[in-house]
Design a protein around this ligand. Structure first.
Ligand code: BTN
Length: 237
């Protein structure tokens, strides 16, 4: 595992893509102190002040495995938070919440240059930042480990714990369904009535399960089962 430690970057996912172009090995890790163009899912920004943990891990991964790889990152974060005494929950696909405030998120991207396939897993954890470090409009929606614990967090130790947890929970060939089972146990979205915004429109219904690829299965009012690959649960219906 090679770790590239940086101070200020645009986005660790972008640095990771440059490293892939230069021939990065699997389990190459990029970690930054600050991001000036931190990116969230679905084109959103990820506010990345000093104090947070911003990390990207690259691996050879086929595109169809990326949803499960991404879900495993959510499980890994939640397990690390458990170790710190912070109880969190996963909102599909992989937002990590403490109560109704977001503490971490995952942005997974795929890169193909046949016969090579890459999975780029970007993880942002509000670790040692303060709620006040976020723009006013976000303060009511975010929390940080520092806030939850009432003390400073050592980001180096946190990175070690996170990388260990990512390895422990990695959905290697053959263990994907076991990882999905672990995810189901932690996912608050299941067995809820949901409204999901996807790039193809809004899906309303009851989130009943995950399919083997990690898509959310929603039973809509017409009792049709829809398998949702991506989107944001905007609210519980
Ligand atoms: C989300 O919840 O929308 C996903 C947030 C992912 C943020 C991380 S921080 C490290 C990596 N670099 C980025 O620009 N984004 C991801």
């Amino acid at each position: 595992m090679k770790i590239f430690r940086m101070d200020t970057v645009n986005s660790t996912n972008e640095v990771a893509k440059d490293l892939i172009a230069e021939g990065a090995e699997p389990w190459t890790v990029v970690v930054a102190v600050k991001q000036v163009e931190g990116r969230g899912r679905l084109g959103r920004r990820w506010v990345s002040p000093r104090g947070g943990l911003y990390v990207t891990i690259v691996n050879h991964e086929a595109l169809e495995r990326l949803p499960v790889v991404s879900l495993s990152a959510g499980i890994s974060i939640a397990a690390v938070l458990d170790g710190e005494g912070i109880t969190s929950s996963l909102h599909w696909p992989n937002d990590v919440f403490v109560g109704d405030r977001k503490i971490a998120g995952v942005l997974t991207e795929g890169l193909t240059d046949p016969p090579r396939y890459w999975g780029i897993v970007g993880i942002g954890v509000n670790s040692n930042s303060r709620r006040d470090d976020f723009p006013k409009e976000l303060r009511g929606h975010v929390t940080t480990m520092r806030h939850e614990l009432g003390r400073e967090v050592d980001n180096d130790a946190l990175l070690d714990a996170l990388l260990g947890s990512l390895r422990d929970n990695y959905p290697s060939q053959g263990v994907e369904q076991e990882v999905l089972e672990r995810y189901r146990r932690r996912c608050e979205t299941l067995d809820q009535d949901v409204v999901i915004e996807t790039s193809k429109g809004v899906v309303r219904g009851r989130a009943v399960d995950l399919n083997p690829a990690g898509f959310l299965i929603v039973e809509t009012e017409g009792e049709e089962r829809v398998e949702v690959a991506e989107g944001t649960v905007v609210r519980r219906a």
